[in-house]
Structures are given as structure tokens and as C-alpha cells.
Design a protein around this ligand. Sequence first.
Ligand code: HEC
Length: 155
Amino acid sequence: MNRVARASWLSAARRFIGLVALPCGVFVPGAAFAAPASAQAGYMLACQGCHLEDGRGFPQRGVPSLNGFVGNFLKVPGGREFLVQVPGAAQSELSDERLADVLNWMLRKFSPAQLPAEFVPYTAAEVGRLRTAPLAEVAPVRARLLQRLDSVTTP
Ligand code: HEC
């Protein structure tokens, strides 16, 4: 997708998310905002518009499915950074802390079987550092990671 198409798609998606997800946030009482619920609410607010409630995305329109897959990135060098630096995550309006919570939640929710046992959850500080360098070109980085993944999973 070229830059212009992406920019207008992003803003259309933001408007859509604003309409659908913001009212949900209003009804969640602050006191009941336990970490997992907050992470899910963050996902609803900032990610679900494109990735959908169950994480299946729109692969035919370039939004990859997170389901049963996204945890694989943590098996290869560079994958941990990648998950924060994809534009949808890095440039979301979530605070560093909230984005870390959402990523940790997303991995456990949509891809528990692929998540390495030694997975160390993202922290706000790590996310804050990584998101200052969002990826301009996602596809080549993703392709390289998938190649590495192939060599990890194919003996
Ligand atoms: C406006 C639509 C949109 C929103 C909102 C969005 N994403 Fe994405 N996401 C995409 C697209 C499109 C891709 C594919 C890479 C690219 O072109 O940026 C992607 C890729 C990803 C990937 C990499 C998955 C893979 O298999 O390569 C992750 C992880 C991810 N997004 C997480 C998030 C998180 C977390 C949020 C919310 C904080 C979010 N995204 C919000 C559209 C979106």
C-alpha cells in the first residue's frame, strides 16, 4: 500500500474506531479498570477497528491475522522489536504503559500456543524506547523475520 493510501486508510479507520470504541470506554468505571480489562479496552480502542475483536484482521486487505501466529515473532531476533514498531502499535494513541499492557494481552489472548515459554512481558520503558522508531516499510522487515522463523522451525 502506498503512503497516501495508507494515510487515508489510517484516518478512516481512526474515525471508525472513534465512533465505535470510544463510547465503550466511557461505560467502563475507572475503579474497575483491572489490568487485563484495561488491556482489552485498550485493544478495543486502538487496535480492534482493524484487527477485529477476535484478532483475525482482514488478511485480504493487508491486515494480518494475529490469531495463532503473532507469538511466533518472539522466537526470532528482531521480532520483539517488530511487534512494537509496526505503525498500528507504535503510532497508536495509547500511553507506553497501556501499549505494553495491550501487547502482552494480545500475545496471550490470540497466540498462547506460539508464545515462547520464556516470554518476558513488555514494559512501558521498553515500549517507549522502541516506538520512537516506527517502521516506515513493514513488508521487508516482516519477510526477513518470517525467513528467520522458517529456519528456526524447520530443522
Ligand atoms: C488502521 C488499522 C490498524 C490499526 C488501528 C492497528 N493495526 Fe496493527 N496492523 C495493521 C496493518 C495494515 C498491519 C500490517 C503491517 C502494516 O502494513 O502496517 C498491521 C500489523 C500489525 C502487527 C504485525 C502482525 C504481523 O503478522 O505482521 C501487529 C503485532 C499489530 N499490527 C498490532 C497492532 C496493535 C497492538 C494495535 C493497537 C495498538 C494495532 N495493531 C492497530 C493495521 C492496523
